[in-house]
Design a protein around this ligand. Structure first.
Ligand SMILES: Cc1ncc(COP(=O)(O)O)c(C=O)c1O
Length: 500
């Protein structure tokens, strides 16, 4: 199968037809007068086929999990089942409003309550909150809980440090800094936490050690019980970054490993769409000691009724509008219930098998820096490519020409020229073979081709430094950069309501 992405010279929708006032916008009942538009909205007036073709063409210049393999390490890019989409789009789920009276959303509250319990069982924690909107948001919320915990114990002034392994995902130190902690890096030994170095770094200044297990090198931290013991002996807390839960789903859980707090990414393990830092779900689990600090509201069951409980005096408060991203919760609930306990365990086994199958094959072509048996993902080093004047970046770009999303590159940072590959359980044996063959073809390609890639995609090799330093973020800027005069766009719309 050869790949060639569509490349349309597609104008912006505003260039297809200039925006014109559209009178017939129905007023939404119940919206107060002061929030209503004074002027008619201005939209381009186009026929339905024109609009459908416009957006279909744009989608053809995009790549997603529905198009092909997406082996992005530390991301668990699963296929999202369409049945979950159908459920989430039903009016009873998609059209409820967060401020509807509780009596009218009993079904949604019950689903939330049930999902919290299922996730509690999966993580081994007595309480779970669905509020945080992404993994990083879950980390940040947890660290606020860590602070509140030490404030209650009169230790907040002293416990200012968060320790992290050098394999940590970048959001971990970022969240810790944002929460006002000082971060300290703990070195790894053969890809896992160096326990002696951790013991030496722990002190009465340590608030928390943040760890993901399996870690971002795909390795299970087999000294996890000793790690937990050392952290607790120093009076600190152990935080589980649960973005990598796929490999242990239904087999073990952070509660059993001695963690105090955990976030899970529903948009990874539980096959809900990734939101690019936006509409994800970084749900939080906590031990009994830390549960009182979870964000409000909590969903409680009284008899056969469900309600939102704000009466939690120790809670760190609200961290998200409404309760969470209900659409994602619903999809995750459908995924868990459809799989059942044995099905979830199968996911873990299958994702580990997938990673090891492809790692064994590609390990014949590129060095693997750590021990051969991994969990859900594996790391290769592109150092030998340098002898041919190419780099890991070129290999990743060349894979785009095979109709494959690039793997994660240059992470974890302790591996030179790293390529980090994750092929979750939703990838078939055939897809795994096709992926491995595509990498092998790319490795056998000429340095010139590798450096020129991608050539089969809608967008070729871009100047990444310039793109970062001089980003063109709007279609108007893009037209201006191309020397064209942009037509009036949405900014010309005078119908924006005045500030309340
Ligand atoms: C190990 C790990 N932790 C945390 C995160 C952050 O999750 P999010 O992107 O939802 O903020 C990720 C995401 O890639 C991750 O892989």
């Amino acid at each position: 199968m050869s790949y060639r992405q569509a490349r349309w010279e597609e104008p912006a929708i505003w260039e297809l037809a200039p925006p014109r006032p559209v009178e017939a916008v129905p007023a939404i009942p119940g919206v107060p007068e002061r929030f209503r538009r004074r002027e008619p909205v201005r939209w381009p007036e186009l026929s339905e086929p024109t609009v459908v073709r416009h957006y279909t063409r744009l989608s053809q210049m995009n790549f997603g999990i529905d198009t092909g393999t997406y082996p992005l390490g530390s991301c668990t890019m699963k296929y999202n089942p369409k049945v979950s989409e159908v459920l989430a789009r039903r009016a009873g789920a998609a059209q409820i409003h967060p401020y509807q009276p509780e009596s009218t959303v009993q079904g949604s509250l019950e689903l939330t309550w049930r999902l919290e319990r299922l996730l509690g069982k999966i993580t081994g924690f007595p309480e779970v909150s669905l509020q945080p909107a992404a993994g990083a948001h879950g980390e940040y919320t947890s660290l606020l809980m860590v602070k509140a915990h030490f404030r209650d114990r009169g230790e907040a002034e002293r416990r200012t440090e968060v320790l992290l392994p050098d394999t940590a995902h970048g959001t971990n130190p970022a969240s810790a800094s944002m929460a006002g902690f000082v971060t300290r890096e703990i070195p790894s030994k053969d890809g896992c936490v160096d326990l002696a170095a951790l013991r030496a770094a722990l002190s009465d200044r340590t608030a928390c050690f943040m760890l993901t297990n399996p870690n971002t090198a795909g390795l299970f931290e087999s000294e996890i019980l000793e790690i937990a013991e050392a952290v607790h002996a120093a009076g600190a807390l152990l935080y589980y970054d649960g973005a990598n839960l796929n490999a242990i789903l239904g087999v073990t859980h952070p509660g059993r490993m001695g963690f105090d707090l955990a976030h899970l990414n529903l948009h990874k393990t539980f096959a809900t769409p990734h939101g690019g830092g936006g509409p994800g779900a970084g749900v939080l689990g906590a031990t009994e000691a830390l549960a009182p600090y979870l964000p409000v509201p909590r969903v409680v069951k009284q008899g056969r009724r469900f309600r939102l409980d704000y009466d939690r005096p120790k809670s760190i408060g609200k961290v998200k509008t409404a309760y969470g991203n209900f659409g994602l919760d619903l999809r995750a609930y459908a995924f868990i219930v459809a799989h059942g306990e044995e099905g979830l365990r199968h996911i873990a086994r299958r994702s580990v098998l997938n990673a090891n199958y492809v790692a064994a094959r590609l390990g014949r072509r590129l060095p693997r820096p750590f021990r051969p048996l991994v969990k859900h993902e594996f790391v290769l080093s592109g150092v030998p490519l340098k002898e041919r004047g190419v780099r890991t970046l070129d290999l990743a770009k060349r894979l785009l020409d095979e109709g494959i999303h690039a793997p994660t590159i240059y992470f974890p940072m302790l591996v030179e020229e790293a390529l980090m590959i994750e092929l979750p359980e939703t990838e078939s044996p055939r897809a795994l073979d096709e992926f491995a063959a595509a990498v092998e073809r790319a490795l056998d390609d000429t340095p010139e081709h590798l450096r020129a890639a991608p050539t089969a995609c809608a967008v070729g090799r871009i100047d990444e430094v310039r793109a970062a330093r001089e980003p063109i973020l709007s279609w108007k800027d893009q037209r201006a950069a191309a020397g064209a005069v942009p037509p009036p766009g949405p900014e010309a719309d005078p119908g924006t309501p005045p500030a309340a």
